[in-house]
Design a protein around this ligand. Sequence first.
Ligand SMILES: Cc1cc2nc3c(=O)[nH]c(=O)nc-3n(C[C@H](O)[C@H](O)[C@H](O)COP(=O)(O)OP(=O)(O)OC[C@H]3O[C@@H](n4cnc5c(N)ncnc54)[C@H](O)[C@@H]3O)c2cc1C
Length: 359
Amino acid sequence: MSPAGAAPFELLQNVPLAPYCTMGVGGPARFLVEAAEEAAVLAAVRWAQERGLALSVLGGGSNLVVADTGVDGLVVKVALRGVSSREAGDGVAVTAAAGEPWDALVARAVERGWAGLECLSGIPGLVGATPIQNVGAYGQDVSQTVTAVHALDRRSGETVTLAREDCGFGYRSSRLKSGEPDRFIVLSVTYRLLPGRAPAVRYADLENDLARRGITRPSLADVRSSVLAIRRSKSMVLDPDDPNRRSCGSFFLNPVVDQATFERVSLAAGDPAMPRWREADGRVKLSAAWLIEHAGLRRGDGPGPVALSTRHSLAIVCREGARAADVAAFAREIRAQVEARFSIRLVPEPVFWGGGVRS
Ligand SMILES: Cc1cc2nc3c(=O)[nH]c(=O)nc-3n(C[C@H](O)[C@H](O)[C@H](O)COP(=O)(O)OP(=O)(O)OC[C@H]3O[C@@H](n4cnc5c(N)ncnc54)[C@H](O)[C@@H]3O)c2cc1C
């Protein structure tokens, strides 16, 4: 029997993945299935297991670098849809299926006056990926509102509900991304939002934009529109007309370092204005963008088909003719320059699929 034989769902073969990813690079998936129902996700998992094939889960492809050689296995494109809400004490519990577009969910929450997601406006991708790296921006992250992640446990084949405490959320990380990366397929996520509450304004850029607009008591909608405007000015929303559009957003995490490392980097930088944020555990978060710029790279710099965004030094953008190998090589070069200047090793934020693209 051929591996594709008797699949209980529509199975596509040799599907180019570049059009599924915001970077627009990467080779084909040997097999791909779009799963619009939970039963299809389970059937796909079983089908791959029976054939000893690797299985990868694809959302909106906005945090993903796929190798030029592609993925030798089954890719499950999550297409589960549906949103429901119910009162939960003084809040509202909103459950969204993993395939719901994230920003549409944020827009809906803002329209209804439910606080909790407004600063996460404009982030590309789908709901199912939000708990994976604890998606965050402008002082909010989803760990503040997620109450439950409903998932298929690939180990047992059962559906499970992970409470927030089970998710191991950290800065752009979770048990689902770092602890047990291939174990859970997110089917839906429940967020607890707060009707009538004021928006979160905890970020200087956001405060400044609201002040510039003369808004002293911002509504959720005001915060959403400011966040979208700030993001657009940095090419951090998906816009087909933006020359910097082909990216994964920030390519590197902001390093979180202990006090001794912070002092060493400060000394090397010799600049009291070096951005830093004190974490609750006493460590210090540094700005990867600042480190990159002060290691000698400027916006727009790059070898040609890939470059730093002209509007944000933390984004690697692809141009015509770019390959995943170019992205990986440029990322390695950036890391080497930052390491040579500050002895700090930047950690990439996106997930890498296939051989030879890890940077
Ligand atoms: C312009 C731009 C701006 C961005 N800004 C931000 C930002 O401000 N903050 C931020 O945190 N991120 C940001 N990102 C990164 C990205 O949008 C988020 O990480 C987003 O949550 C990824 O969603 P996705 O559906 O595209 O996931 P994908 O890229 O498809 O997948 C990412 C990872 O999640 C896994 N995954 C996806 N869906 C599921 C599922 N249902 N079950 C299990 N695993 C799954 C995949 O296997 C993969 O490992 C930005 C990206 C871009 C392009």
